[in-house]
Design a protein around this ligand. Structure first.
Ligand code: CAA
Ligand code: NAP
Length: 249
């Protein structure tokens, strides 16, 4: 087991990739806390029940990670209820795709706040404790489109590229303190996020993936579990692509 008795927090934990990450970390022995947006609290009982059916225990705390206050209150509640956080997976994210011609300030701000600033808002309240205790694993879920850009995603690509900048900078600060921070950059994965894409656009993208298929959330969870592992002591500041060969560089 890679994370026995470690407290693991997964933002966006009830989403497609988040659920697979929670399930995997719980099976690896972690005490898992998923976070969800406050608008989704009516789904919590069903989600927790589904996790139990799959043989995993996980708790859920609601909070909006896209604001500084939301992140601080959320992490404060988690630490009070479950103890200090050992593993943090910044997974909450949204898309507001649009060509530059039509992109509104609201579309820009929503994606930057939720996909980039959230990592600061959520990591900041638990960072000092990780450094002081000499152990921490922070894993940021970026995207292939943060590495290569994507038509219609100036906001999303900027946020996801920025997220890896955050990883690299923080890696220097945690390196001598037993705290590693890494990025996982998924390709196109079968979740609600990609299901919302126009069929023709998605089909065209999938036909260009060397593995000729989309990824599964479990394939991302596998990469997260590897980086969260107690034994992954010498990997920090890395960006691990999990994209079926879509972007090889
Ligand atoms: N490269 C160059 N030109 C392109 C293009 C591309 N990749 N895609 C479209 N165009 C052209 C079109 O041919 C069209 O040209 P004409 O006006 O000459 O006909 C023009 O650009 C407008 O294209 P659309 O009709 O697609 O424009 P739209 O306004 O209807 O749609 C859009 C815009 C919603 C952004 C749409 O293009 C789109 O969905 N793009 C894909 C975005 C994407 O990949 N999102 C991923 C979501 S999931 C995710 O983000 C997870 C992850 O991390 C991987
Ligand atoms: P998803 O199923 O839509 O999950 C996204 C989760 O983020 C949802 O659970 C959502 O919660 C949560 N969230 C959004 N805004 C929030 C906020 N302000 N506060 C708290 N939680 C918030 O999508 P997914 O595919 O699993 O995506 C998970 C992560 O992987 C995202 O960061 C995404 O950008 C990234 N990613 C996905 C793909 C892909 O192809 N699917 C590829 C690369 C990277 P609610 O449902 O409660 O709103």
């Amino acid at each position: 087991m890679c994370c026995k008795d470690r407290v693991a927090v997964v933002t966006g934990g009830m989403g497609g990739i988040g659920t697979a990450v929670c399930l995997r970390l719980a099976k690896e022995g972690a005490k898992v806390v998923a976070t969800c947006h406050p608008s989704e609290t009516d789904r919590i009982d069903t989600w927790v029940g589904d996790m139990k059916t799959m043989g995993a225990e996980a708790a859920v705390i609601a909070g909006d990670v896209s604001t500084a206050e939301g992140g601080e209150v959320l992490m404060g509640q988690i630490v009070e209820k479950f103890g200090e956080v050992d593993i943090l997976v910044n997974c909450a994210g949204i898309t507001r795709d649009s060509t530059m011609k039509k992109m509104s300030v609201d579309q820009w701000d929503a994606v930057i706040d939720t996909n980039l600033s959230s990592a600061f808002y959520v990591t900041s309240p638990v960072w000092n404790s990780m450094v002081e205790r000499g152990f921490g694993r922070v894993i940021n879920i970026s995207s292939v489109n943060g590495q290569r850009g994507q038509f219609g995603q100036a906001n999303y690509s900027a946020a996801k590229a920025g997220l890896h900048g955050f990883t690299m900078a923080l890696a220097y600060e945690g390196a001598a303190k037993g705290v590693t921070i890494n990025t996982v950059s998924p390709g196109y994965i079968e979740t609600a996020m990609t299901a919302a894409m126009r069929d023709d656009v998605r089909d065209a993208i999938v036909s260009g993936i060397p593995m000729r298929r989309m990824g599964q959330p479990e394939e991302i969870a596998h990469a997260v579990a590897f980086l969260a592992d107690e034994a992954s002591t010498y990997i920090t500041g890395a960006n691990l692509p999990v994209n079926g060969g879509l972007f090889i560089h």
